[in-house]
Write a protein that binds this ligand. Structure first.
Ligand SMILES: CC(C)(COP(=O)(O)OP(=O)(O)OC[C@H]1O[C@@H](n2cnc3c(N)ncnc32)[C@H](O)[C@@H]1OP(=O)(O)O)[C@@H](O)C(=O)NCCC(=O)NCCS
Length: 368
């Protein structure tokens, strides 16, 4: 690529040149001057331009919606006079870095199915096809949807080999997570549906905010204990769990009975319950000393549903905790996208708590 080309953040003075480049690049679905102006002043985006001798010769606009791990490559254009020299790739790499700096994990984009040069470029840069939209563009052309995991797990960091298992019902994240952890410690543990449902029947709170009950941390610890594992429970409160999301007094009563029963069984089986927050340092230590922690998160950070959800902590480094999530946010997600999902340490504490009471709970499973 020519040395005279520079990439920098967009400025208001670029507006005329952006509009001109857009007109010469796209025949339809152009970004209007008004849209460009809006994106220039918007904070939730990465917007970079390339200049050559002060002339604008390319741009990339990446949208960074709040509350999601995704970044969306919304538009990219390179002046036809400088195409084929690597500028498109340079802009995409710089955009990926900007998205990474904003703690994004995956980049997605749509591209016209007949835009072979752009598709080739995306594929060269590691994007993979995961879906399509029919009749997506103004001229009714279809779009391919591409995705790339931009935050890569560095395997040189400490990690456990944990298999991934997809929960087969809405309410079995707890059993699915426990099965992954147990199988990670002892490969003879079966990863199948009957085990999944059996553990749910042992550990369920019966009711929860809506639908079927999920699993209680002490219930999961007891299920692990029954299968020959050691389990340690961390809960930062004393009372029955999850009842503030339930209105019916009858349901609250049932959930309280179940809670008290789990506490009693834990005592009988010498399962230790620590009534305190589990800190990031303690989670890391648990992993490094051979344990596999299950943590309860709120899915509001992932999909806005605000449901309690069990996941497995499978690795840790200076910046991230890595999770196996038994429930892909969308069905097109490849299995590997649900493994070692990086969650920034600064986001983790916000994610790993649930409800008004800010319940933070974890179950650390170890070989007995
Ligand atoms: C898509 C687009 C942004 C790519 O920009 P670009 O600057 O030409 O991209 P690159 O130069 O990085 O890569 C394009 C090709 O040049 C090749 N190339 C990269 N560096 C090169 C170099 N130093 N010398 C020669 N060729 C090079 C790439 O390998 C690629 O080759 P291929 O497509 O033939 O396999 C540009 O074509 C464009 O603006 N198209 C119109 C708008 C558009 O379609 N946007 C995408 C909408 S989804």
């Amino acid at each position: 690529m020519s040395h005279a080309i520079q990439v920098r953040p967009v400025q208001s003075k670029d507006l005329d040149a952006l509009e001109a480049l857009e007109k010469t690049t796209f025949e339809s679905d152009r970004l209007s001057r008004r849209s460009f102006r809006r994106w220039i002043s918007n904070d939730h985006r990465a917007f970079l331009v390339a200049t050559q001798n002060e002339k604008l010769v390319g741009y990339i606009l990446i949208i960074l919606h709040r509350g999601t791990r995704l970044a969306r490559l919304y538009s990219i254009a390179v002046d036809s006079n400088v195409r084929g020299q690597g500028l498109g790739a340079t802009l995409i790499r710089a955009g990926e870095q900007a998205a990474l700096d904003a703690s994004r994990i995956d980049m997605r984009l749509e591209v016209r199915q007949d835009n072979s040069s752009a598709i080739r470029l995306y594929e060269q840069l590691g994007y993979h096809l995961f879906g399509q939209y029919h009749d997506y563009y103004e001229d009714h052309a279809d779009a391919f949807r591409y995705q790339k995991r931009i935050r890569q797990f560095d395997p040189s960091h400490w990690q456990r080999q944990v298999p991934w298992y997809r929960q087969s019902t809405d309410f079995t994240c707890g059993p699915a997570s426990l099965m992954m952890a147990m199988h990670g410690l002892r490969s003879d543990v079966l990863l199948d549906r009957s085990q999944e449902l059996q553990i749910w029947r042992e550990a369920t709170t019966i009711f929860m905010t809506s639908g079927h009950g999920g699993c209680h941390p002490i219930g999961l610890a007891l299920a692990a204990h029954k299968r020959g594992f050691q389990a340690e429970v961390w809960i930062n409160n004393n009372g029955p769990l999850f009842i503030d999301g339930v209105r019916s007094e009858k349901k609250k009563h049932v959930m309280t009975l179940v809670h008290n029963d789990f506490v009693g069984q834990a005592e009988e089986n010498n399962i230790s319950i620590l009534h305190q927050d589990i800190t990031q340092a303690e989670l890391s230590e648990a992993l490094k000393s051979g344990g596999i922690p299950l943590v309860l998160i709120s899915t509001s950070q992932l999909d806005g549903r605000r449901a309690p959800h069990w996941v497995v902590v499978t690795a840790v480094d200076d910046d991230f905790f890595y999770l196996h999530d038994p429930d892909p946010t969308d069905n097109t997600q490849a299995d590997f996208d649900c493994q070692y999902i990086p969650i920034g340490r600064s986001d983790f504490d916000r994610m790993a708590r649930f409800g008004r009471d800010r319940l933070r709970t974890a179950v650390v499973i170890r070989k007995a």
